[in-house]
Design a protein around this ligand. Structure first.
Ligand code: AMP
Length: 142
């Protein structure tokens, strides 16, 4: 059983901040800032891509709700929401990070360096690749 499933089962302690029938949120034990919460589906699904479609609106409605709650509760100026899928994912149970943000808090929007495309062609190639995958997945769903 994974550590987040153990929290759902009540076998591992956690500072639970929200719970409903399908989801749960608790404080991250190593927060970026106090109030940093993790929202999970109670059912074990590893990544967002694995989450059954019926749970997507449930999870995101609660992510919206918690972004308001974390911002308000922590008297923050905003929030940052993030999901690591596989890469940089240390717990293989889907979780949405909900992080309170303040101006000049040291997080510059994203944690990683960002770059411009080196040319318009490179950007078009990336656009073509993603559009191609979108079309293939749409075909699969038909
Ligand atoms: P990620 O690196 O995106 O997979 O994030 C996993 C997060 O889970 C990390 O920020 C950890 O600090 C947090 N974490 C790991 N184990 C626990 C736990 N037992 N209770 C609360 N948070 C946890």
């Amino acid at each position: 059983m994974c550590v987040f499933c153990s929290i759902v089962a009540g076998e591992e302690s956690a500072e639970i901040v929200f719970e409903d029938e399908r989801t749960m949120a608790f404080l991250d034990v190593r927060p970026l800032f106090p109030g940093h919460s993790l929202l999970i589906p109670k059912e074990h699904h590893e990544t967002l891509g694995d989450l059954p479609g019926a749970l997507v609106p449930v999870l995101f409605t609660n992510a919206q709700f918690l972004s308001r709650a974390v911002e308000g509760g922590m008297e923050a100026q905003g929030t940052f929401l993030a999901i690591n899928n596989k890469v940089s994912q240390s717990v293989p149970h889907l979780h949405v990070h909900i992080v309170p943000r303040r101006k000049k808090d040291g997080l510059r929007g994203f944690f990683w360096p960002r770059h411009r495309y080196t040319s318009a062609e490179e950007m078009t190639r990336a656009g073509d690749a993603v559009r191609g995958a979108v079309a293939a997945l749409q075909d699969e769903e038909r």
